[in-house]
Design a protein around this ligand. Sequence first.
Ligand code: DX5
Ligand code: ZN
Length: 221
Amino acid sequence: MKKKKISTSILSADFSRLGEDTKTVLESGADMLHFDIMDNHYVENLTFGPIICKSLRNYGITAPIDVHLMIKPVDRIIPEFANSGANIISFHPETSEHIDKTIQIIKDCGCKVGLVFNPATPLSYLKYSINKIDMIVLMSVNPGFGGQLFINNTFNKIKDTKKIIDKSGYNIDLSIDGGINISNISKISNLGANIFVIGSAIFKEKNYKLIINQLKKKIIS
Ligand code: DX5
Ligand code: ZN
C-alpha cells in the first residue's frame, strides 16, 4: 500500500509571508509542497517562477517540492525548476509537442516525472508513457485557480486509473489535484489515490494542525 501524503498547494498560502506560512503548514503535518506554475497562456492565471522555489530552499524548506507546470511550451524552463530545488516536475501532455522528450528532459534533470490529466483528458496518453513516469495527477478541477469545486466525474476516473496502475505493475503515485476537502477526501482515498493536493481547504483555516489532522484521520490506509 503506498504511503498516503498531503501535498499543500501554496497557491492559497499568504504570499506576504510565504516562507513562514509554508514552514508552519509543514510543521503542522503536511508531507510536501505543491507549486502551481501558471503562465496566463495555457491557463488564464499567472503565478510564479523558479525564483520562489529557490528562495524557499534558501529559507530552509527541505520538504519535497512537487512542481505542477501549467505552462506552454513546457520544455525550456524545466531545468531551471530542477536547479531551484524541485523534486517532482509534472506537466500536462497537451503542453508538450513531444511527450516522451519532455519526460526525458525531467529525468535528465534528476527529478521524478508526473503526468497531469485535466478532467476530460483521456487516460490513453498513459499507453506509451506509463513505464517512464513516477506519478499520475488527475485534475479534479479545471486548471487555473484554487478554491474551485471538486468535479465528481473524477471519482470514476480514479477507479479507472487505479486499474491501469495495478495492471501495469509499476510503482506509481496517484495524485488528485483540486477541490479536495474534509467531505470528499475519504472517498478519494478509498478509491485508490495516495497523494492529495490541497490548497484552500487548509490555508483558509487558522489552525493548520487541526485541519491536517482531521484530513489525515479520513485517509488512514
Ligand atoms: C489548480 C491547481 C490546484 C489548486 C488546488 O489549477 O492545480 O493545485 O491550486 O487548490 P484547491 O485545493 O484550493 O482546489
Ligand atoms: Zn496543481
